[in-house]
Design a protein around this ligand. Structure first.
Ligand code: DC
Length: 221
C-alpha cells in the first residue's frame, strides 16, 4: 500500500468525494470524507436541539463518528446508528456551515482526521485539508467548477435519487454555502499556496481522476 497522503479541497459539489473515492480504490488508499464528519455533528446537534459546542462535543464522546467500508461504499456511523443517508438530507446540508464554523468542533474533528492520516496512505477531501489538517500532504489539489455546473451535477444526482429540486434554489444554496465556508474565521475554504488548481467545469470524472492519478504517480515516496 502506498504511503502517499493526498489532500483534496474545494467548494461544495465540485466533485471532490466522487474523485477521491475512485483514486482511493485505484491507489489502494484509505479515503476519509471530512465533510461527512461535519454533517454527522450537525445531525447530532439538530436531533438534540443543541447549539453549544461543548454540549455537542460531550454527546459526540458518547456517540463517536466512525466509518465502515462495504462493497457498496463507505458507511458513516454515530455510535452504532448508521447515519450515511440522513446526513445528506437538506435540513443537515442547510445547517452544516453554522456548526462547521465553531472553533471547538473544528479542533475536535481535525484531531480525529489527523489520527486517521497518521499512518499515511490516505486521501482526504474537505475544505481545509491542505491548509490546516495536513499541511505536509504529498499532493494537494484544489478542485473548482462554476456554480452553474455544480448545481447541474447536484440536480442530476437528485433526479437519480428520485428527489425533486428547483434548479435555481439549488444554485442559490450552493453559492450561499460557498460564501459561508469561505468567509468564516476558523479555517476558511481557501486554496493552499502549494495546491494544484483543477477547474473541472466541462470535464468528466474520468479525466479529472486521470490528471490526479498522474500527479500522484509522479511523486516518489
Ligand atoms: O463536502 P460536504 O459538502 O459534505 O461538506 C459539508 C460541510 O462541511 C461544508 O459546507 C463545509 C464543512 N466542511 C468543513 O468546514 N471542513 C471540511 N474539511 C469539510 C467540510
Amino acid at each position: 500500500m502506498s504511503k502517499i497522503t493526498i489532500a483534496i479541497d474545494g467548494p461544495a459539489s465540485s466533485g471532490k468525494s466522487t474523485v477521491a473515492k475512485i483514486i482511493a480504490k485505484k491507489l489502494n488508499l484509505i479515503y476519509l470524507d471530512t465533510g461527512a464528519m461535519y454533517r454527522a455533528v450537525t445531525f447530532l446537534a439538530l436531533k438534540h436541539h443543541l447549539e453549544s459546542p461543548s454540549a455537542i462535543l460531550t454527546l459526540l464522546q458518547e456517540q463517536p463518528i466512525s466509518f465502515q467500508n462495504t462493497a457498496d461504499g463507505q458507511l458513516v456511523f454515530l455510535g452504532n446508528q448508521d447515519v450515511t443517508l440522513v446526513i445528506r438530507e437538506n435540513e443537515v446540508t442547510k445547517a452544516v456551515s453554522k456548526f462547521a464554523a465553531m472553533k471547538a468542533i473544528r479542533e475536535a474533528l481535525v484531531d480525529l482526521q489527523r489520527r486517521y492520516a497518521n499512518q499515511g496512505g490516505v486521501i482526504m477531501d474537505g475544505r481545509d485539508i491542505g491548509t490546516v489538517v495536513l499541511p505536509q500532504a504529498d499532493l494537494k489539489i484544489f478542485l473548482v467548477a462554476s456554480v452553474d455546473e455544480r448545481a447541474k451535477r447536484r440536480y442530476q444526482e437528485n433526479i437519480e435519487k428520485g428527489i425533486s429540486t428547483d434548479f435555481e434554489t439549488l444554485k442559490q444554496e450552493i453559492a450561499k454555502r460557498d460564501q459561508l465556508d469561505s468567509t468564516r474565521v476558523e479555517s476558511p475554504l481557501k486554496q493552499a499556496e502549494d495546491a494544484i488548481l483543477l477547474d473541472t467545469t466541462g470535464l468528466d470524472i474520468e479525466s479529472v481522476v486521470n490528471q490526479i492519478e498522474k500527479l500522484a504517480n509522479e511523486i516518489n515516496l
